[in-house]
Design a protein around this ligand. Structure first.
Ligand code: ADP
Ligand code: MG
Length: 732
């Protein structure tokens, strides 16, 4: 008899245990029993063969229709071909030199066949699949009888080394010896939810008697996933709420007031409201942990800047972290410009109420950097903007009151924690996190569940519309020509044009990635590169225009200079057309830019395209975004592009994005690791479950913050946090 924590070798034997670890990373009984079936095949219902896609690893339940054997033409030996059917479609199975199988592969018999779908002469096939014939009463495999006596056959995520039925066999052994299962869900929680216990759920999920039985099991296990995760988040919140922070009373100081007076526009209702939420948090003696989300261009930067000014008014300093150097420099420039004399304290023409805005980046010259650091440590710089360099090095603040983290999805929990340790005397700075793109509610609750969330739901008035079109370059060469014509017209009118390519394309080794700037994965046809496209455009379609390149492998100064010349329409050395990688993806703000052309747009994801498109439509003129692609109509890649063209509503797009992408990718790209803990839970579909789990988790943590009365829950949390490698709790 063994519990969930027992090593697999003690249950299924050393050899099998090794195979399971190697193929699927399963080490304990718990790991194995949490390897849930992907689906259940019904003995009487064959797998729909039409659904299988080339390249997919599958386990199909099908009936043998016909078997033929012939000698090979080039070599010695024979090929056995079995055609199996689901009653409509057919799939061909080929076996080399396994003539003996002819005997067992009799027409009319049913079996499980596992392998990777390939295609041969236009027919889909499984080459040398693994097979297990279902018992038919004649010459039955005893293992098969035992495994498939039930009406439902569990089909597991499997590999070539470990088939679905081998897994089923090991799982049966583990279930037979299973004992002493402790349930992380208390009786109270289970009763309130009306769900079954863990042991019963594990038995039913693997060996269900009927559909009701696995549904019941899944419901319970799904709730558990959501619950344990929400308990972790609730604990984090509770712990953070206990930490001391210096209250910063904002809203009545001279700097923020002066800034508000000089703003050339009215704040939106949302900006005012979110500003008030932040002010209330800042006035507390425990640290704020708030996420501000909103669509591209909804004006998050102003919200952050006003909060920072408020903290400076209250005697503290504020730091803003950007994910890339380009963005840090850009933020620095736009903030000093917005602040004007307010950012020039101590300088001629500077405002007496003003402050200094320091910039800290990795590639600064030593002398510059030293000067900036001095301003930070003396407190002369009320606002500090920088990249990771800001948190890694020995940057000391005089009195860090607020940290703003821009574009959170590229920042891990660990960096947040490291930065939090920068405040003085054991207190914590307040933390404001800004997302680059809007996030659906349930994702926010799952990924950012330890933060309070504010949402900017409206865009500032007077935004110019952006028209988006997909241009199929192979089918519509005329449209391509017309596009370059429009670029020339726009340039003649003094506007700026972006051309984005997926990769850099010079020969200096693999393309350097700043952020997730494209690298050449080497697959498929050649993908447009910045260097080649810029050269071609400058000498053909756009000859006579000022075309320049921007990418992550340029020096910080060159990048900065390039953006300055692109932004400043009055510059004598201005740039009309900027051919760039996704370094311009986030935050870059050039009001004169009216056209964005994205070449090989199918190489980008939906939210990335939406981000990129957000670089235009920021000034007084209507804008245009063209998505160039060679993908054929009807292909999934093309449909993604059509989706982007169909709406400029970021919230709607983020939902569509989820429909296209697998959930795990979404979570994975937001915060590494979280994926590993979600097996049955689907963040979008299971919104109701997540909300109930969240409420239950908060109640449990409130009653017993350290969970001493719930050891099973504590070990489930330990496993999750370990999986996540998010040892935030120790660091916070
Ligand atoms: P986000 O970071 O949310 O994508 P930004 O903060 O960069 O958006 O704002 C986009 C643009 O809108 C900037 O040029 C900014 O100056 C401008 N802006 C912000 N708030 C307002 C407002 N209330 N009215 C008009 N323009 C605004
Ligand atoms: Mg922004």
């Amino acid at each position: 008899m063994s519990g969930l924590s027992a090593p697999l070798s003690s249950v299924v034997g050393g050899k099998t245990a090794k195979a399971l670890e190697k193929a699927l990373g399963l080490r304990t009984v718990d790991d194995l029993l949490r390897h849930y079936p992907r689906r259940y095949a019904e003995r009487g219902t064959l797998t729909d063969l039409a659904m299988l896609e080339e390249g997919e690893s599958v386990t199909v339940l099908a009936e043998i229709e016909q078997v033929t054997s012939r000698p090979m033409q080039q070599r010695r030996g024979s090929i056995l071909e079995a055609v199996v059917t689901d009653g409509k479609g057919r799939l061909s199975l080929t076996f080399f030199n396994q003539k003996w199988r002819e005997h067992e592969l009799r027409p009319g018999r049913r079996g499980l066949f596992a392998g990777q779908i390939s295609s041969f002469r236009g027919k889909r096939q499984l080459a040398h699949p693994q097979c297990l014939l279902l018992p038919d009463g004649v010459d039955d495999d005893p293992a098969a009888i035992e495994e498939f006596a039930g009406a439902l056959i569990p089909v597991y995520p499997a590999t070539a080394a470990v088939t679905s039925w081998h897994l089923a066999g090991s799982i049966r052994v583990a279930l037979d010896t299973l004992a002493d299962v402790e349930d992380p869900l208390s009786d109270d929680v289970r009763t309130a939810e009306g769900i079954i216990g863990l042991e019963q759920a594990l038995r039913q999920v693997h060996r269900p008697t009927d559909a009701q039985s696995w549904r019941e099991a899944q419901a319970r296990l799904r709730f558990e996933e959501a619950f344990v995760l929400q308990v972790v988040l609730a604990q984090r919140r509770a712990q953070m709420a206990l930490l001391p922070a210096t209250a910063r009373i904002t809203g009545s100081g001279p700097l923020q007031a002066a800034f508000d007076r000089q703003l050339p526009f009215e704040l939106t209702g949302g900006q005012v409201e979110v500003g008030a939420e932040i002010a209330a948090d800042l006035a507390g003696t425990h640290p704020m942990h708030r996420l501000v989300q909103g669509d591209v261009g909804s004006g998050k930067t102003i919200v952050a800047l006003r909060a920072m000014l408020g903290v400076v008014d209250a005697g503290g300093q504020a730091a803003m972290l950007a994910p890339t150097e380009v963005l840090a420099v850009q933020h620095h420039r736009s903030m000093t410009a917005m602040l004007g004399p307010l950012a020039q304290r101590g300088m001629l023409g500077g405002d007496v109420d003003g402050t200094k805005v320091a910039l800290l980046t990795g590639s600064q010259r030593t002398a510059t950097r030293r000067r900036q650091l001095l301003d930070v440590i003396s407190g002369d710089a009320g606002i500090v903007i920088g990249t990771h360099a800001l948190i890694q090095d020995a940057v000391e603040f005089r009195d860090l009151g607020l940290v703003v983290i821009d574009e959170q999805h590229r920042f891990g929990v660990e960096q947040r924690a490291a930065l939090a340790a920068k405040a003085r005397g054991g207190t914590r700075p307040h933390v404001l996190v800004m997302t680059a793109t809007p996030i659906p509610r349930t994702i926010a609750m799952t990924v950012f569940g330890d933060l309070d969330i504010s949402t900017l739901t409206e865009l500032p008035a007077g935004r110019s519309p952006i028209a988006t079109h997909v241009v199929a370059v192979l089918e519509q060469p005329g449209h391509v020509e017309r596009a370059w014509e429009r670029v020339r017209e726009a340039a003649a009118a003094g506007h700026r044009i972006y051309v984005v390519c997926p990769r850099i394309g010079d020969t200096g080794g693999p393309d350097a990635a700043e952020g997730d700037e494209g690298d050449d994965t080497g697959d498929g046809p050649a993908v447009a590169s910045v260097i080649a496209v810029a050269e071609r455009l400058a000498s053909t379609d756009l000859s006579g225009l000022r075309v320049e390149v921007l990418h992550g492998r340029m020096t910080a100064e060159a990048k900065d200079d390039c953006l300055r010349r692109f932004t400043d329409v009055d510059a004598a050395d201005g740039i009309d057309v900027l051919v760039s990688t996704t370094v311009i993806e986030v935050g870059v703000d050039v009001p004169a830019a009216t056209i964005m052309i994205i070449i090989d747009a199918d190489r980008f994801g939906i939210s990335q395209l939406h981000q990129l498109r957000g670089r235009v439509g920021r000034g007084a003129f209507p804008s245009l975004c063209l998505l160039f692609t060679e993908m054929p109509k009807g292909s999934p890649a093309r449909e993604r592009l059509e989706a982007v063209a169909s709406t400029t509503d970021g919230f709607e797009l983020s939902r569509k994005d989820l429909e296209f992408r697998r959930e795990g990718d979404v979570l994975g790209s937001m915060q590494s690791g979280r994926r590993s803990s979600l097996r049955l839970l689907e963040v979008v579909r299971d919104e109701a479950v997540i909300e109930r789990a969240r409420a239950a988790a908060m109640a449990v943590v409130e009653q017993d913050p350290s969970l001493v009365s719930q050891p099973a829950l504590l070990s489930a949390i330990a496993a999750l946090v370990h999986d996540d490698q998010a040892d935030f709790m120790e660091k916070a």
